[in-house]
Design a protein around this ligand. Structure first.
Ligand SMILES: [Zn+2]
Length: 124
């Protein structure tokens, strides 16, 4: 049993198999990364999980010197990536190789943190 809500598992299940998953609204075509019972744009309840190509643009990139978990090293890189579908996703990143506005592709860590493969922003 985990503390994570059941409806968020499809995102992490996607990460485990190397795919970014987002929710698509069948009524308005909007996307959401966070698991939602209703579309944030039109309130439709027809959201379903789909695979994303995992391409986007770096919105922010930084180093985290006080990691939130002992499994993460001090000074690890973290980026906010705006997916082409619209939602943004947090991803591990190398701040020496990535910059704001750069195109990126989401890959996934080989090792797990907290039992999960984490998204990794890579130069496109
Ligand atoms: Zn909608």
């Amino acid at each position: 049993m985990t503390s994570q809500p059941q409806h968020e598992h499809p995102f992490w299940d996607g990460c485990a198999r190397g795919v970014v998953r987002v929710q698509l609204c069948d009524d308005c075509g909007g996307y959401s990364l966070l698991a939602r019972a209703a579309c944030p744009a039109c309130l439709s309840e027809t959201m379903r999980w789909v695979d994303s190509p995992g391409r986007g643009t770096i919105e922010s990139v930084t180093r985290v010197h006080r990691p939130p978990s002992r499994e993460l090293p001090s000074g690890y890189g973290l980026a906010v990536v705006r997916l082409d579908e619209g939602p943004s996703v947090l991803a591990r990143a190398d701040p020496d190789e990535l910059w704001i506005g750069q195109r990126t592709t989401i890959g996934f860590s080989d090792e797990t943190t907290g039992g999960r493969r984490l998204p990794v922003a890579l130069p496109a």
